[in-house]
Design a protein around this ligand. Structure first.
Ligand SMILES: Cc1cc2nc3c(=O)[nH]c(=O)nc-3n(C[C@H](O)[C@H](O)[C@H](O)COP(=O)(O)OP(=O)(O)OC[C@H]3O[C@@H](n4cnc5c(N)ncnc54)[C@H](O)[C@@H]3O)c2cc1C
Length: 384
């Protein structure tokens, strides 16, 4: 039995087959359009909802599948192999929005939003990053000021996945003073159509195209106190809890991209003839493929292990950051090497290989950059 088989149960492998089949049938025909035309596949999101993919971890009483984190890793990996954008849409809906609602929402909030999010009837987004606060998330400036039994929100969020299409946003604001830093942050649910909540233009990005990245703008946007997620001052804790499991999701997406790059390289090296023999007969190419496969396997072990630790109910902060750091950098490295193995055609739009690199690069920035992951890992080890 391999280490991977110890971490993954037969039901995870069943789920993998199911996700792989869905990806081949429903996602593959759209992958190119999503990327080339920055096309947001609204119908696909609805189908993902019908299949339960948007609520893999959501509680069954709200229509979710109620499965563990390892299950969402396996599904994310298989979708990302075909289209990282499609994998990211599941990650946002299931992880970035469904997770905080399920874990920190009141029964009324869960009842109102979770079943429709899980079915793909409504689109959600997670707004933490601001023009002046990305890695330094505790420095957000969007303010929520208490006015009677409501809060008045002013500020903006940037680079928000699905923001352009979102019906509901989970956003993080400052309810305390700037000096309070993390302790002065609170989370709110804001619905589309609320006066003072606007979506700025769609932001074009080199990778994960078609995911509706946008700016959210709040100008005297008034929401009732009942829209607060958790208690006043819980915002940073909620934001980090979401990001922690989200990092395992990003690592899963990275594995998918790296595996796709590896498979394309093996296949192309056997087909391409150079100097009267296949490229795969050259030692330099064979060694490169061996190194790619080894790094992919290591990334898988780190990622499955992080999910496994989380599913046991243990602290998995260090494990999630290690998985995210290694898997996303592996995806960037492997997809860049895959282009090298393909030569000119690897740079062209005839094959998806160049997309793998553009997509992979986004992964080592979002949900905390590689530098931020190194900071977290060292903090967990040195504990100073
Ligand atoms: C396609 C896309 C989708 C996104 N989706 C979302 C979303 O849905 N919701 C959301 O809230 N945000 C989202 N983001 C934002 C993303 O999480 C941030 O871009 C990311 O956290 C980095 O923040 P920043 O861009 O402000 O970079 P900065 O924080 O300005 O970082 C700039 C550089 O400084 C480095 N750096 C920062 N701190 C340190 C340190 N202590 N030591 C060494 N180096 C450091 C960084 O690693 C980076 O290289 C998305 C971004 C993109 C591009």
């Amino acid at each position: 039995m391999t280490s991977l088989e110890i971490l993954l149960k037969p039901e995870h492998e069943e789920l993998r087959k199911w996700a792989k089949d869905f990806a081949a049938r429903e996602v593959a025909p759209l992958a190119e359009d999503i990327d080339r035309n920055d096309y947001y596949p609204r119908e696909l999101v609805r189908k993902m909802g019908e299949y339960g993919l948007l609520g893999i971890n959501a509680p069954t009483e709200y229509g979710g599948l109620g499965l563990d984190l390892l299950s969402s890793v396996v599904v994310g990996e298989e979708l990302a192999k075909v289209s990282l954008s499609a994998g990211l849409l599941i990650g946002v809906q299931n992880g970035l929005v469904g997770y905080p609602l399920a874990h920190f929402g009141t029964p009324e909030q869960k009842e109102k939003f979770l079943p429709r999010l899980v079915k793909g009837e409504i689109i959600g987004c997670y707004g933490l990053t601001e023009p002046g606060a990305g890695s330094d998330a505790a420095n957000i400036q969007t303010k929520a000021e208490k006015v009677g039994d409501s809060y008045k929100i002013n500020g903006s969020k940037i680079w928000i996945s699905q923001g352009f299409y979102a019906d509901v946003a989970v956003i993080f604001t400052r309810t305390g003073t700037v000096e309070d830093k993390a302790a002065g942050m609170s989370a709110f649910i804001v619905e589309k159509g609320t006066k003072g909540f606007d979506v700025g233009g769609k932001l074009e990005v080199m990778g994960v195209r078609g995911t509706g990245t946008a700016e959210l703008v709040f100008s005297d946007c008034v929401v009732p106190s009942t829209n607060m997620l958790g208690s006043p001052g819980d915002g940073f804790l909620i934001a980090m809890a979401v990001l922690n499991q989200g990092r395992v999701g990003a690592a899963a997406g990275a594995i998918g991209v790296a595996e796709a790059a590896l498979e394309a390289s093996v296949s192309y090296s056997k087909k391409r003839a150079l100097f009267n023999r296949p490229l795969s007969k050259l030692e330099a190419i064979r060694f490169l493929i061996a190194e790619m496969a080894t790094r992919v396997e290591a990334a898988k072990l780190l990622t499955y292990h992080a999910a496994y630790v989380s599913d046991k109910g243990e602290d998995f902060i260090k494990e999630a950051s290690m998985a995210k750091l290694f898997a996303t950098e592996t995806a960037v490295w492997a997809s860049e090497r895959a282009i090298q193995i393909h030569g000119g055609i690897g740079l062209s739009k005839q094959l998806p290989v160049e997309r793998y690199l553009r997509d992979a690069k986004v992964l080592d920035i979002i949900e905390g950059t590689s530098e931020v992951q190194k900071w977290i890992i060292s903090r967990e080890l040195i504990r100073d």
